[in-house]
Design a protein around this ligand. Structure first.
Ligand SMILES: [Zn+2]
Length: 93
């Protein structure tokens, strides 16, 4: 039995909901380090104060970093090549 120090990426939905109108944990992204294509919910969430890190489930590269400090939110998504979001209700954009 292993002891995990992280949660499933889907647990990041609450923190990320403060920034995005949509639940981006369901979005598909490509890891900039290894090229894996998965939903953020499949990533590994490391929660710490004052923020969170979602890491790639394949290589543990940081995909998304979110930090709250002094009334501001800092969002670093350099670990993703792209993030693909499904348009609600299949609307054309
Ligand atoms: Zn990766």
């Amino acid at each position: 039995m292993s002891t995990r120090s992280y949660l499933d990426g889907s647990a990041a939905a609450g923190e990320l909901r403060e920034v995005f109108a949509m639940d981006i944990t369901a979005a598909t992204g490509q890891c900039a380090a290894c090229g894996a294509i998965r939903s953020l919910a499949q990533g590994h969430l490391y929660a710490f104060e004052p923020g969170i890190v979602v890491r790639c489930a394949a290589c543990e590269h940081p995909l998304v970093r979110l930090v709250k400090d002094r009334g501001r939110i800092w969002l670093d998504m350099r670990g993703l090549v792209y993030l693909q979001l499904e348009v609600p209700n299949g609307q054309n954009v």
